[in-house]
Design a protein around this ligand. Structure first.
Ligand code: FAD
Length: 374
């Protein structure tokens, strides 16, 4: 991380002012929004993936989780959906499909945060909830592929219209490959799907539909792997496919879409001057603060004695980090622990109606650390 007072002079577009930027919209990053919101702090969340939920959505959306307190069982998707519903009152904006690439400490103690899509923030604190790192697409590893990246070889679909009336080569056998094959076949001039083995990871219904379209002559399917890129005068023209029957076939294409799955990479987080141990960020267990005051780390990405990489550990860390962030942003101001059950202030922040009877029956707040003020 650089200490660059002039960093903002390099920015053309608007800068978003916020109390906190959260790096990572996994379950812990989402719950961090909730804990900050209860303490009256605003947050913006950035994730390199195109959907919130982190590992729960990317790796096991349909698998059951049994160790979330008071939820006997829920899937990764259900947990994510519930967390998104729970943070709704706080209107935190999610900036998806962009990686946090830069963090600069400013002279005034705040931070300048920038993303790969040119979104800029000025924040009082940063919470890194980056899990096992930023998920990156697995690349096509044949010579020359990188030269065509984002021109003729793509790892995500940003604009469906860009593929209309084009000859498409689609690579992969998971849900992304099959879903895009079924969608793009409607507007493309031609589609050839290539997958390396007979078994697909995609939903069986999508695979059945793809074979039905193949039988109807609407698309082609080859079992094999890309042997080399075909180019003419520096222009992408398709690929030679080494098929499982031993024959190499040339597939002509204007564009290739590669869906080989994602793998996590610590990425730019490693360059921000944080104290790391084996790709984890070292924190204390009172505030979950890193070696840089104002930068906190929660969830799978942090490390401290006894750390267990569980969602419930991350939730606890997010609660304590929120109190520490509040103290960091408003030094000297004392903070009460307030029950969401009974505190009118919590009800106001949550946008819920106060249950009149129970509000009287219990004290609205409890002092902690000799404090007052919310
Ligand atoms: P993650 O879920 O990893 O989310 C981190 C997010 O940060 C990612 O979306 C990533 O794209 C983003 N990110 C990283 N760097 C950047 C950057 N620079 N810019 C933008 N975005 C960035 N735990 C349990 O408690 N119970 C279980 O039953 C359980 N089952 C599991 C089953 C499987 C198959 C797996 C793989 C894990 C399981 N886990 C379980 C572990 C659990 O999923 C993790 O503990 C949890 O996801 C950690 O949440 P997180 O928010 O810290 O990180």
């Amino acid at each position: 991380m650089s200490r660059d007072p002039h960093a903002l002079s390099l920015i053309d577009g608007p800068v978003i002012e916020t109390d906190v930027v959260i790096v990572g919209a996994g379950p812990v990053g989402l719950f961090q929004v909730f804990e900050l919101g209860l303490l009256g702090l605003s947050a913006h969340v950035v994730d390199s993936l195109s959907a919130a939920g982190g590992q729960c959505i990317e790796l096991y959306p349909d698998k059951p989780i049994y160790d979330i307190p008071a939820i006997p069982v829920c899937t990764g998707k259900e947990l994510t959906d519930n967390l998104l519903a729970q943070i709704r009152p706080f209107n935190a904006q999610l900036h998806l499909g962009q990686e946090v690439t830069e963090v600069h400490a400013r002279e005034d103690g705040r931070f300048h945060v920038a993303t790969s899509r040119g979104t800029h923030f000025r924040a009082g604190a940063i919470v890194i909830a980056g899990g096992v790192g930023s998920f990156q697409p697995r690349r096509l590893s044949v010579p020359g592929a990188e030269r065509f990246e984002n021109r003729s070889i793509h790892y995500r679909v940003r604009d469906v219209k860009a593929f209309a009336d084009q000859e498409l080569l689609i690579l992969g056998g998971g849900d992304s490959a099959l879903d895009w094959t079924l969608q793009l076949v409607e507007s493309a001039r031609s589609v050839v799907l290539v997958h390396r083995r007979p078994e697909f990871k995609a939903a069986p219904a999508s695979v059945a539909k793809m074979f039905q379209l193949r039988d109807e002559g609407r698309l082609d399917y080859l079992e094999g792997t890309v042997q080399e890129i075909v180019e003419t005068d520096g222009q992408f023209k398709g690929a030679a496919i080494r098929c499982s029957d031993g024959v190499t076939r040339r597939v002509s294409a204007d564009q290739a879409l590669v869906f080989f799955g994602l793998h996590p990479k610590l990425g730019p987080i490693a360059e921000w001057g944080l104290e790391l141990h084996r790709k984890n960020i070292k924190v204390d267990t009172e505030k979950f603060q890193t070696n840089i005051p104002g930068i906190f780390a929660v969830g799978d990405i942090n490390e401290y004695p006894g750390k267990k990489k569980l969602i419930l550990s991350g939730f606890h860390e997010a609660a304590l980090a929120a109190f520490a962030i509040r103290a960091h942003l408003k030094p000297g101001e004392k903070v009460h622990l307030q029950y969401t059950t009974t505190s009118p202030l919590m009800h106001k922040r949550l946008g819920v109606q106060a249950p009149a009877e129970s509000a009287e029956a219990e004290p609205a707040r409890r002092s902690v650390a000799g404090g007052s003020v919310s």
